[in-house]
Design a protein around this ligand. Sequence first.
Ligand code: SAM
Ligand code: SF4
Length: 418
Amino acid sequence: MKGDSLRFVSHTEDVPSTLPDGEPVSTDGSLPPSAFDGTRDLGLYLHVPFCTSRCGYCDFNTYTADELGPGASRATYLDTALAELRLAQSVLGDAARPISMLFVGGGTPTLLPPADFARFLDVVRAEFGIIDGAELSIESNPESVDAMGLEQLRAAGFNRISFGMQSANTTVLKALDRKHSPGRVQHAVEEAKDAGFEHVNVDLIYGAPGETDEQWQQSLDAALEVEPDHISAYALIVEDGTALGAQVARGDVVVANDDVMAHRYVMADETFSAAGMQWYEVSNWAKPGGQCQHNLGYWTSQDWWGIGPGAHSHIGGVRWWNVKHPATYAKALDAGVSPAAAREILTTEQQVDEAVLLGLRLASGLAIDSLSSSGQERVKEAVAEGLLDPQDFDAGRAVLTLRGRLLADRLAVELLTN
Ligand SMILES: C[S@@+](CC[C@H](N)C(=O)[O-])C[C@H]1O[C@@H](n2cnc3c(N)ncnc32)[C@H](O)[C@@H]1O
Ligand code: SF4
C-alpha cells in the first residue's frame, strides 16, 4: 500500500500551540450580525493550559510551572475562565442558549481541583442552562486523578471522561515521555466506572520511535480490556519545535514510516471492529451510543465557544482564536476586554470546503450532489480506485473504504470546489 500522505491519517483537535493570522477583533468581542443566522447546537470548550511536565511529542498550548512565568496561575485560572464565560453570554445576548455539549480539555485539566470544575458547571447552568442528557466531558492524565477526584467530578455532573493512555507498553511510554505506568490506566478506568461515569474514552498513539507491531497490538488489546465505549487512535505527528522534532531532525531517533503507519491503522481498525467498536471518524471508534458529541459538533460545524488561552471558537461562520499565553489572556480579561487575538469570517465557499474536509472523514460521509461537478467526477474515480464505497455511492454518498481512510485528507482536498 502506497502511503505517502499517511501523515494526514490522523489529527487531533483541541488547542495547538501556533495560531493562524486573521483580522482584528473588537475589544468587546462583538460578532457581526451574520453570526446569529440559523440554528445550530451550542457547545462550550474549556482549555486548561497546564501540565506537570511536557511530553516530547506535544505541541499543544500548555505550560509547566517553570514555563508559566508571572501574571497567571493555576489558582486563579478558573476565575479568569469564568470571566470569559460571562463575556460569551453578553456577546451572544439573545442567541445565548442551553449548552448541548461541553468539553474540558488540555493540557491536563485534572491538575485543577474538581471543585473548580463544579463551580464552572454551576455558572454554565445558571447563565446558559444545560440541555438534559448533554455530554459533559473532561480529559485527564491517568496519573493525575484518584478515586475521590473522579467521584467529585461525577457528582459535579461530568458524564464522560477521557484518559490519555497512549500505550500499554513501558518502553513505548518512556519513548513518549509519559509518566504513568501501564497498569494505572486500568485502575483509573475502574475508578471512573465505579464513580458512575457513563462514557469512557482512551487515547492511543501509534508510531512512537522504536515501537513494534507487537507492542502496538499489546496497546490495542489493553485498551479494549478496560472496556471503554470510545477509543481515539492517533498517528504520532512529529511537530516542529518539540523535543521529538529536534531528535528526529538530528537523526537521534527514527519514527515509523508511512507504510508501517498504514499497517498500524489497519491493525487498530481490525482489532476494534472485532470487539464491536465501529469507526465513525477516521481516528475515532465507538460502541453504539458512545460517539463523542463534542467532536461531532466540531466536525459538523456547529457553534461552540472555546474558553481559555489559544482556544478557538466558531459561531455562525465566524471563527476566532484567543491569545496564547495564560498571562496575556488573564490580563485582557482583567481589563474587561476580549482575549480574542484575531478572527476570520468564512466565505460560503470556505464553509463548503470545510464541510468537505471534515465530512469526508466521517463514516456518514458526504452527499455527492453537494460537490462541484469536478468533485463529483473525482468521486467516480475514487470509487474505481477502491477509496470510496460503491454501495454508498449508489445511494448518493461518498463514504471512505478502509483504504480510503488511509488517504482521507488527500482525497478530501481533491474533492474541493476548485
Ligand atoms: C493534548 S492531549 C491532552 C490530554 C492529556 N494531557 C494527555 O496527554 O493525555 C490530547 C491527545 O492528543 C494526542 N496528541 C498530542 N500530541 C500528539 C502528537 N504530536 N501526535 C499524535 N497525537 C498527539 C494524545 O493522544 C493526547 O491524548
Ligand atoms: S500531558 Fe498531554 S497536554 Fe501535557 S504535554 Fe503531555 S500530551 Fe501534551
